[in-house]
Write a protein that binds this ligand. Structure first.
Ligand code: CA
Ligand code: CA
Ligand code: CA
Length: 345
C-alpha cells in the first residue's frame, strides 16, 4: 500500500473564506492512495499540528469530492457519488481543541467491501475555526477554514485502465495554444497523467514539442487543459499545414493519442473602412494593432476594429487581430487593443 507522507502547510491552501493573517495549521498527510485487498479493514492516522498563534477548534467530517473539467476540487455530502468510499470510513476524534503548538492524531479505519472493482474514494474534511473565548449566541461570525484529506482505495488486481483524448484543438497562434481534453474511461484513478504535444510540418519534421503539465483524473472524469508553446510572441509559424499530435501516458497498456490538422493561411489584409492602407504591425510581433494605418497606436484603432469586427476583412485574418491569443477575433480583442492603446499613451 502507498500512503503519501508529505508535511504540508495547509495554511496556504485555505479556502477563499479565509482572509485572516495566520501562521499555519499543519497536516501530515493530505492524500492516502491505498490498495487494501477486498474484505480488509485497516486503520490509518494523520497528524494535525497547530502552528498558529491562537488555539483552534477542529471539526472532522466525511465528504465525497471530485474535480471539475479544469481540475478544481468539488465537495458533496458523503454518499453522493457512485464510487463513494465514505460509508466505509470511520474517523475519530470528530471534534477537539488544538492549543498553540499542540499536535493531535486523527485515526480512521477503512473497511473494504468484498465485491468492488477499481478505485473508490472520499475525503476527510478538517475544519478549523478560532476557539471562542465565550460562546456568543446569535450573530457571531466565525472564520472557518476547511481542508481535505483525500482517500483513494483500489483493491489490487481489480479495475480497468482506459483513457482517451476526446478533444484536441489549437486556439491562438502567437504563441500556439493547444487545448486538450482527456477522459478517464476506466475504473481506476490516474494520479499522474503525463505527456506531450508535437507540432509537425507537412514533411513530418518536428517543429515544436510542448510538455503537458501532469494532472490527475478520477474514473469517469474529463479534464481539459491548455498547453502553451514556449515560442516568443512574434515568432510565428509560417503559413502552411501542420499536424498537431498529442500523446498522453495515463499508466495503461497503451498511450492515448490524438491528432489535429492545423492550417495557417497567409494574411490578406485590406484597409478597414476609410483607412488609406491595410492595418499595420508596428512592432513586428505578428499582431496588427495599427488598424487605421496612421502609423501610431491609439484608441481610434480599437474603435475601428470594433466597427469592422464582423467583416470578412477582420474575420478572414483573425489571427492578425487575436490580441488575447485565444483563437478568434472578437469583442475581447477590441477591449485588449483598447487597453494596449491606453497603456501606450
Ligand atoms: Ca504588433
Ligand atoms: Ca493607428
Ligand atoms: Ca481573441
Amino acid at each position: 500500500m502507498r500512503a503519501s507522507a508529505r508535511l504540508v502547510g495547509i495554511g496556504t491552501l485555505a479556502l477563499a473564506l479565509c482572509f485572516v493573517e495566520t501562521r499555519a495549521l499543519l497536516i501530515s498527510n493530505i492524500e492516502f492512495d491505498l490498495a487494501l485487498p477486498r474484505g480488509a479493514t485497516e486503520t490509518f492516522a494523520f497528524q494535525l499540528i497547530n502552528n498558529e498563534t491562537d488555539p483552534l477548534e477542529i471539526q472532522i467530517s466525511l465528504a465525497d469530492w471530485d474535480r471539475d473539467l479544469y481540475g478544481e476540487n468539488r465537495f458533496y455530502p458523503p454518499g453522493t457519488l457512485p464510487r463513494s468510499a465514505a460509508s466505509w470510513l470511520s474517523v475519530s476524534p470528530l471534534r477537539f481543541e488544538l492549543a498553540r503548538n499542540e499536535q493531535r492524531e486523527v485515526k480512521f479505519s477503512l473497511r473494504v467491501p468484498r465485491d468492488i472493482e477499481g478505485t473508490y474514494w472520499a475525503a476527510i474534511l478538517v475544519e478549523a475555526s478560532p476557539k471562542q473565548a465565550q460562546p456568543h449566541p446569535g450573530t457571531t461570525v466565525v472564520v472557518r477554514r476547511r481542508f481535505a484529506v483525500k482517500i483513494f482505495e483500489t483493491p489490487p488486481g481489480t479495475g480497468r485502465r482506459d483513457g482517451r483524448i476526446t478533444l484536441l484543438d489549437v486556439r491562438g497562434l502567437n504563441p500556439p495554444n493547444v487545448w486538450l481534453e482527456f477522459e478517464n474511461r476506466g475504473t481506476i484513478h490516474t494520479p499522474r497523467v503525463t505527456g506531450r504535444v508535437e507540432i509537425r510540418d507537412e514533411k513530418g519534421a518536428l517543429v515544436e514539442k510542448i510538455e503537458v503539465d501532469s494532472f490527475p483524473t478520477l474514473p469517469g472524469a474529463k479534464r481539459q487543459l491548455k498547453a502553451t508553446s514556449s515560442r516568443k510572441k512574434g515568432d510565428l509559424l509560417p503559413p502552411g499545414r501542420y499536424a498537431v499530435l498529442a500523446i498522453l501516458d495515463y499508466g495503461g497498456e497503451s498511450l492515448a493519442g490524438g491528432q489535429y490538422i492545423l492550417r495557417i493561411l497567409p494574411l490578406r489584409l485590406v484597409p478597414l473602412g476609410e483607412a488609406k492602407a491595410p492595418p499595420q504591425d508596428l512592432d513586428r510581433d505578428g499582431l496588427y494593432e495599427d488598424t487605421n494605418a496612421d502609423g501610431a497606436l491609439s484608441l481610434d484603432d480599437a474603435a475601428l476594429l470594433g466597427l469592422h469586427l464582423e467583416k470578412p476583412a477582420v474575420q478572414e485574418n483573425a489571427r492578425a487581430f487575436d490580441f488575447d491569443n485565444d483563437g478568434d477575433a472578437d469583442l475581447d480583442d477590441v477591449l485588449t487593443l483598447k487597453k494596449m492603446a491606453e497603456e501606450s499613451r
